[in-house]
Design a protein around this ligand. Structure first.
Ligand SMILES: NC(=O)c1ccc[n+]([C@@H]2O[C@H](COP(=O)([O-])OP(=O)(O)OC[C@H]3O[C@@H](n4cnc5c(N)ncnc54)[C@H](O)[C@@H]3O)[C@@H](O)[C@H]2O)c1
Length: 245
């Protein structure tokens, strides 16, 4: 029921676990893709791993903390495919440090990538988004319930949920803006967390396991699709039922 044929999707953090599965699903559903991440080699490797029609995939090296990089990402998308239908903003970092040990630089670095970067990517997309377009930002369950040893990360994701709601008001009705709040998802980002606190979180999760990246990708595709045509400003929980308060 979901088709992105003829539509163009820009994905940040594209070499990461959740974004890669999103790219795979969107390509299979007919989309043109513009993939951005820090390392050009990693993005190219991701693109090659997707299979499919290479002519429908563009790769752009990108640091989301740099305004010029963000603008170039969308300029290349428009130059190659004529405009942008969906933005999936998944780039992020998950540093671990207690507040009592956290330097101002560590705090700022996390906010710079996760929150400033979200602002810069979303802002850069605006001149390129077509009628009926959508943005999906990847926040986190920690944006609502906080996270031990990750206060800066949790603050950045809480800010992203709020940015998403505000943007949904400014961009309606042309563009819907939503976010996903994943629980623990089995990707490179969560390896340390799963190793140290995984069993405890699993016990708190009614579905009794951690999530898989393709399960987040499915929710992202839904929010971008016409099936979600009356949903904007929303945060969709993808967390196996774990209590988020
Ligand atoms: N895995 C989880 O348990 C989980 C839970 C909640 C939220 N999330 C969020 O989902 C999103 C995707 O995470 P993932 O699990 O796929 O992690 P991941 O580490 O596999 O992917 C993150 C990607 O972001 C890229 N990135 C980091 N800094 C960047 C920058 N400055 N510019 C451009 N790209 C940059 C990385 O290179 C990496 O490829 C993130 O925003 C993360 O915070 C993940």
């Amino acid at each position: 029921m979901i088709s992105f044929t003829g539509q163009t999707v820009v994905i940040t953090g594209a070499a990461g676990g959740i974004a890669r599965e999103t790219a795979r699903m969107m390509l299979a559903a007919g989309a043109n893709l513009v993939l951005g991440d820090l390392s050009e080699a990693a993005v190219r490797a991701t693109a090659e791993s997707l299979g499919g029609d290479a002519g429908r995939v563009a790769c752009v090296p990108l640091d989301v903390t740099r305004p010029a990089d963000c603008e170039r990402l969308f300029a290349e998308a428009s130059a190659r495919f004529g405009g942008v239908d969906h933005l999936v903003h998944a780039a992020g970092i998950f540093p671990k440090v207690l507040v009592q040990d956290m330097s101002l630089d560590q705090w700022r670095q996390c906010l710079a990538v996760n929150l400033d970067g979200s602002f810069l990517v979303c802002r850069a997309s605006l001149p390129h988004l077509r009628e009926g377009s959508s943005i999906v930002n990847i926040a986190s369950i920690s944006g609502q319930r906080g996270s031990h040893s990750h206060a800066h990360y949790a603050a950045s994701k809480g800010g992203l949920i709020s940015l998403t709601r505000s943007l949904s008001m400014e961009l309606a009705p042309r563009t819907r803006v939503n976010c996903i709040a994943p629980g623990i998802i089995d990707t490179a980002m969560a390896v340390d967390l799963i190793a140290t606190r995984g069993p405890g979180y699993r016990d708190q999760t009614p579905l009794g396991r951690h999530g898989r990246p393709e399960e987040v990708a499915g929710a992202i595709c839904f929010l971008c699709s016409s099936l979600a045509s009356f949903i904007t400003g929303e945060t969709l929980q993808v967390n196996g039922g774990i209590n988020r308060s």
